[in-house]
Design a protein around this ligand. Sequence first.
Ligand SMILES: O=C(O)CCC(=O)C(=O)O
Ligand SMILES: [Fe+2]
Length: 202
Amino acid sequence: MLSSVCLSLHFRENMSKYALEVRKVATEIMGAITESLGLGPNYMTEKLEEGMQVIVSNFYPPCEEREAALGLAPHSDFGCITILLQNHHGLEIMDPEDGTWRMVPELPGALQVHVGDHLEVLSNGLYKSVIHRATLNSEKTRLSIASLHSLAMDEMIDIAKELVDDKHPRGYRGSTFREFLKFISTNDITKGSFIESLKIKK
Ligand SMILES: O=C(O)CCC(=O)C(=O)O
Ligand SMILES: [Fe+2]
């Protein structure tokens, strides 16, 4: 009993250290991304500092019939970016060109960065949120830790006005995290994603 309490305290300490460090990495990466969009490195810094960081720990036990089941169904993440650490391969991303699935190679200690829906909207579609899923394997337990970085619950994410002009009309409407939560709790998300619902039909 005592050893499991110690283990869980140790886990909590390590997890909060990891959360703090990965948050710094997310801020740096978002700075580089907004700079690449011509918006400068601090365009989103304050909003992300005031925003949310959600850490999701995923646990996938080995599965003999790996083809018969999925660890996590296809989806895109809602926030700006997600930073993911995995102990074994299993993450797949969808190639938007032909809809085929590509396995993300296992690089020990490497962090995967996903573009999320927020960033697709902010960049007026210059960055596209990545559709991904988790597959199972028969060899060993797979763990992944996803850190999702988004704006605060009621903070509107909208297209950067600098990225809208006659040649680049608005492609998306603005939305909030609360609206996203409402969408996923009231819609069948296999029939249409939240980001699709934000697209302005031309
Ligand atoms: O386990 C994985 O590789 C994917 C996890 C994921 O997509 C998520 O937590 O949003
Ligand atoms: Fe995800």
